[in-house]
Write a protein that binds this ligand. Structure first.
Ligand code: NAP
Ligand code: MG
Length: 491
């Protein structure tokens, strides 16, 4: 179980496993122990351009974009079946690389299977329109793929967030170059081999591991890049937007969040407490849409915090591969250090730590990147832990007296990815949902999403949406065709 993965995991370009052009490799560490887990090849600028070249060649010559979409639908649904058959191996690999619990990885891989199934159903439904125009003319549109699309993924849901944009791009007939996060490339590389087995032509799906600054920027700077789908931090998102603007290509940006969870006094507090805990301790808090700010009616404040505290203190921390573990380590020592930095600062400002507040102290957890599930109370609204995304298991709480105050607190952030509210009152639910500045709102539900529902943020949480019925649209363009039906002597 804990033996390192043998050999060097290679890049995947033009349908083949290849080493990086500079022959560089890097060790990936097991986040639960910081012991080396695997070696991966590290790509360079040259490898990025090579992948773009292979993708462009395949786009032009493989026939992938040309057909009616039914071939792509069949290939993607076969890929879903193959992934389902190997789901357990993929889940284990994701857990060993990223740290999350096996239960969480199994959920992620199941989600990827569902995503592939869903978009495979859209592949043969890219329809155009016929448009009435003046005179003896016939006008119609066709939807065409863009060409080579670039995808840059983060480490928190390595395969899931990569495939969330890669699958619709493939379904729409594009060739894809994916750059996974440097910390977590293993499942994406294995997925590329599976895609080949399912019938994705060589060069249509390429995976280049390498640093964002080198490989990521080279992919975006390549003249063959037709669009970029980025999921990650706001700072890098801004850089991606600049590069996309220089190249005049569209960018979909899925960025960070500081999502509010409002609990009204009439809520089912038992369910709300479980939803709040899941929304901030799930994936060890490393979720873009983590419900990291709890805004709770003063009359039920103590009772709810007590319940959340009880859940937090009952969570068993441990290596994700161990069954019965509820929360794994953070992805890296750096990430744990960053989260602990927020907690030390909060403490030095006299913020009340209800539970948690630092690294896990147990001997068996020492070597890993474990941070205790944490709840902070009486937090001033200008504290850094309230304003900034922590990306760890850290909940801040604020009491409120009126619904107006709750909504103002919820919207007092530069982010707008997700918001949740808990109430039994129908009018409160609908009215509040409308007034929350967020791309997604959940009522009486922890953060949740499905391949068929749109996913995206407003404000500084992003630009554009993924998933849902229009998932393929950002990867296509409409071409207008106008035909004059008159004779030469006619009009
Ligand atoms: P990150 O530092 O922004 O990195 C994301 C990806 O961008 C990685 O593959 C990274 O490569 C690459 N990258 C870095 N600099 C680049 C550059 N100059 N040009 C091109 N690519 C570059 O984010 P992260 O640390 O992986 O993930 C955490 C963040 O992601 C959080 O802020 C979280 O909120 C956000 N997130 C958002 C969503 C959403 O759907 N809205 C979902 C999940 C996560 P390296 O790995 O080599 O640095
Ligand atoms: Mg980063």
């Amino acid at each position: 179980m804990s033996a390192a993965i043998e050999g060097t995991v290679q890049l995947f370009i033009g349908g083949k496993a290849v080493s990086g052009s500079a022959g560089e490799t890097r060790a990936l560490l097991d986040p639960s122990t910081n012991v080396p887990l695997a070696m991966t090849a590290i790509g360079t600028r040259e490898d990025a351009h090579h992948a773009m070249e292979e993708a462009d060649r395949a786009f032009r010559s493989s026939g992938w974009p040309a057909d009616d979409g039914s071939r792509r639908a069949r290939v993607l649904s076969k890929l879903a079946r193959l992934l389902e058959e190997q789901a357990e191996e993929f889940a284990l690999l994701e857990t060993r690389n990223m740290g999350k619990t096996l239960k969480e990885s199994r959920g992620d891989i199941g989600y990827v299977v569902r995503t592939l199934e869903y978009v495979s159903g859209l592949a043969d439904k890219l329809e155009g329109t016929t448009i009435p125009v003046p005179g003896a003319r016939f006008d119609y549109t066709v939807r065409e793929p863009l060409g080579v699309t670039v995808h840059i993924a983060p480490w928190n849901y390595p395969l899931l967030l990569a495939v969330r944009s890669v699958a619709p791009a493939l379904a729409a007939g594009n060739a894809v170059v994916l750059k996974p996060a440097s910390l977590t490339p293993l499942t994406a590389l294995r997925f590329a081999h599976l895609a080949k087995e399912a019938g994705v032509p060589d060069g249509i799906l390429n995976v280049v591991v390498g640093s964002g600054a080198e490989v990521g920027e080279a992919l975006l700077g390549d003249p063959r890049c037709a669009s970029v789908s980025f999921t990650g931090s706001g700072d890098v998102g801004r850089r991606i937007a600049e590069l996309a603007a220089q190249r005049l290509v569209p960018a979909t940006l899925e960025l960070g969040g500081k999502s509010p969870v409002i609990v009204f006094a009439d809520a089912d507090l038992e369910r709300a407490a479980r939803g709040v805990a899941f929304g901030i301790f799930g994936n060890a808090g490393q979720m873009c849409w983590a419900g990291s700010r709890l805004i709770v009616a003063r009359s039920v404040h103590d009772e709810l915090i007590g319940k959340v505290r009880q859940i937090a203190e009952g969570l068993r921390l441990g290596a994700g591969v161990e069954e019965k573990v509820d929360m794994g380590p953070l992805v890296s020592a750096d990430q744990a250090h960053r989260v602990v930095g927020f907690l030390e600062e909060a403490r030095s400002h006299g913020i009340h730590v209800v539970t948690g507040g630092g690294r896990a102290e147990e001997e068996r957890l020492r070597a890993g990147n474990f941070v205790k599930p944490t709840v902070l109370d009486d937090v001033p609204s200008d504290a850094r832990v309230v304003r900034e995304e922590v990306f760890g298991p850290v909940l801040v709480t604020h009491p409120f007296d009126t619904a107006e105050e709750a909504i103002a607190l919820a919207n007092d952030t530069r982010y707008g990815l997700f918001a949740a509210l808990w109430t039994r009152d129908l009018a409160t639910a609908h009215v509040t949902a409308r007034r929350l500045e967020a791309g997604m709102v959940a009522v009486n539900e922890a953060p949740n999403t499905f391949p068929q529902t749109p996913f995206g943020g407003v404000k500084e949480s992003g630009v554009g949406t993924e998933q849902g019925r229009s998932a393929l649209e950002p990867f296509t363009r409409a071409k207008n065709v106008m035909i004059h039906l008159g004779t030469s002597k006619g009009r």
